[in-house]
Design a protein around this ligand. Structure first.
Ligand code: 13P
Ligand code: SF4
Length: 301
């Protein structure tokens, strides 16, 4: 299929279906270009909650589409590839969280947005990479349970001074970025600033000038006056950063830092999703009600 043909079909179908296309910052460039809104997990969930459209085509991974379905129960939420899941979100189930909580009675649970609806339903409050510190600080307790990302948990613990008891989960893409990768890129570009995502290992975070979510990286790219920036996150973000600021050179800290799940969606699948109204993501009313509580608490913070 020729790209132009796919884009024009998508645009036509979008009108017919009264649909909006949301895309995460890690999506391939041509999917980002066809989207009505591109952003980080927080931005996308806020956008999903306020859009007027009847159908949301979510170009991201399953937990993101699920979050949109929870926040917009009357809208049809479509994930163009049903296998686009997040391996980190799969590292804890609702039952595992229920069992874990029993070992720490009375402790509040903060769940990263990269979790299933069932895990969110078992949590007190949700957070994303851009508000995790603020969310944890809003809880008066000194000891908090955090699922599933152990790296984000260390970062939050250091920033808040609280004792964070973490689940042993991680993002395989960020966890494979090592301090030696950052040091090698710093050797190549000694004048560059280093931005990393808080899903990175603590020793990688120690080498960074700024720790940013993908959304705040996009904002920082618009505002920076630096000529060179080394970026420690999934390499798909480079497309968006360059688009925001063609004057700055953005170098991925690791060229191979690719999330294969985020790359499952392409223009043909977006077109098919709209044409055949597939694949619908739904959450049961009971789970949805409980999970919404944790997400709405986060949005209020
Ligand atoms: P943010 O876009 O919220 O920074 O999250 C990154 C991520 O890994 C999403 O899967
Ligand atoms: Fe999950 Fe990591 Fe991929 Fe994000 S980049 S979807 S956290 S595996």
């Amino acid at each position: 299929m020729i790209k132009e043909e796919a884009v024009s079909r998508i645009k036509k179908l979008k009108q017919e279906r009264k649909a909006v296309i949301l895309a995460h910052n890690y999506q391939i460039g041509e999917v980002q270009d066809v989207a009505d809104f591109t952003g980080d997990s927080l931005g996308l969930s806020q956008e999903a909650a306020k859009v007027e459209a009847e159908t949301i085509v979510f170009c991201g991974v399953h937990f993101m589409a699920e979050t949109a379905a929870i926040l917009s129960p009357r809208k049809i939420v479509l994930l163009p590839d049903p296998h686009a899941g997040c391996p980190m979100a799969a590292m804890i189930t609702g039952q595992e969280l229920r069992d874990w909580k029993k070992r720490y009675p009375g402790r509040k649970v903060v769940c990263y947005v990269n979790t299933t609806a069932e895990v969110k339903a078992e949590s007190d409050v949700c957070c994303t990479s851009s508000n995790a510190v603020r969310v944890v600080n809003s809880i008066p307790d000194e000891e908090i349970l955090f699922v599933p990302d152990k790296n984000l948990a260390v970062y939050v613990g250091r920033q808040t001074g609280k004792k964070i008891i973490a689940w042993d989960g991680y993002c395989y893409v960020h966890n494979r970025i090592y301090a030696r990768d950052v040091l090698e890129k710093k050797r190549l570009y000694p004048d560059a600033e280093v931005w990393v995502h808080p899903e990175c290992r603590p020793e990688v975070i120690d080498l960074a000038d700024q720790v940013l979510s993908t959304g705040t990286m996009v904002k920082a790219a618009r505002e920076t006056t630096r000529r060179q920036v080394i970026v420690g996150t999934e390499a798909g973000i480079i497309y968006r950063l360059k688009k925001e600021n063609p004057k700055t050179e953005f170098y991925p800290v690791k060229e191979m830092a690719f999330c294969s799940n985020m790359k499952k969606i392409n223009l043909k699948k977006v077109w098919k999703a709209l044409e055949e109204m597939k694949f619908r993501v739904e959450v049961s009313p009971e789970i949805s009600r409980k999970a919404r509580g944790a997400i709405e608490k986060m949005i209020a913070i």
